[in-house]
Design a protein around this ligand. Structure first.
Ligand code: FE
Ligand code: FE
Ligand code: FE
Length: 263
């Protein structure tokens, strides 16, 4: 994938944020809210109700003013309630994302050691080692975000990161060390970086919407590191892919020489 595309994706956090934010509607809190009578339901109910006894013009006008006033304040109260609930729901999504990525980063810090050992290209090894150190720093930064949200720093299993790490492990087990494995490791690492970019892009947007400046700064800082790592891997891939092709050609030459000798 091209650099420009990945960094664009990194910044297009809005759609992801929208999708995630929609999820908590299923929560019991939201379900209860939805269970409240809607405008249409009340209209139907008032139609089917028995006609009210006739009132004098003056008392009817006074009563209608009173109804308008009380229903007006009800609307304001309901709107405020909805806004505060929406805010709480969004904060819940942010907290959940934080736990998810905290777990993911911890798994990744361990995996990067293994991936670095499996790599042959020196520049790639160095990139994995540098990113492992960055990842450990990110875990530290995330604990500050937990503090800012008055939460205990605790992870929640992230099946996506587990799966991506598993894919990288399969390559390590099934392939010999060399440029082709290096190329496969880059693919795996970039898939991981893109997952992180999506997560931190969304989390940064949530923090901004909720006015959580400290969290926004933390997620932004990590997001920059993930994007830079992704770009660096794209650059290294150019060399590694050429090495893989050169190795292939060298093998073909060797095979040709062996065939000539045999004749
Ligand atoms: Fe990370
Ligand atoms: Fe996850
Ligand atoms: Fe990363």
């Amino acid at each position: 994938m091209k650099k420009s595309t990945s960094s664009k994706n990194a910044r297009s956090a809005k759609p992801a944020a929208g999708k995630k934010a929609a999820a908590p509607k299923k929560s019991s809190v939201a379900a209860k809210r939805n269970a409240a009578p809607s405008g249409r339901a009340s209209a139907t109910a008032s139609k089917s109700a028995k006609p009210a006894p006739k009132k004098s013009a003056r008392s009817a006008a006074a009563s209608s003013r009173g109804t308008a006033k009380s229903s007006g304040s009800r609307v304001v109260a309901n709107t405020r309630k909805k806004q505060s609930s929406a805010r709480e729901d969004l904060q819940e999504v942010l907290k959940d994302s934080l736990k998810d990525i905290y777990y993911a980063e911890k798994q990744l810090a361990k995996a990067l050691k293994k991936v670095s050992k499996a790599a042959t290209n020196e520049e790639l090894k160095q990139a994995f080692d540098t990113h492992r150190e960055q990842t450990e720093g990110q875990i530290e930064l995330l604990t500050q975000a937990f503090e800012a949200l008055e939460m205990r720093a605790a992870g929640k299993k992230c099946p996506a990161m587990d799966g991506l790490i598993e894919e990288a492990n399969e390559h390590i087990q099934e392939m010999d060390k060399g440029p082709a494995l290096d190329a496969a490791l880059i693919v795996g690492a970039q898939k991981i970086e893109h997952y992180e970019i999506a997560a931190y892009g969304s989390m940064r947007t949530f923090a901004r919407c909720l006015g959580l400046g400290e969290c926004e700064d933390i997620f932004n800082q990590i997001l920059q590191q993930e994007s830079e790592t992704d770009e660096l891997l794209t650059q290294i891939a150019e060399t590694v892919n050429m090495e893989a092709l050169d190795e292939d050609e060298a093998e073909e030459v060797d095979m040709g020489e062996m065939e000539e000798e045999a004749m």
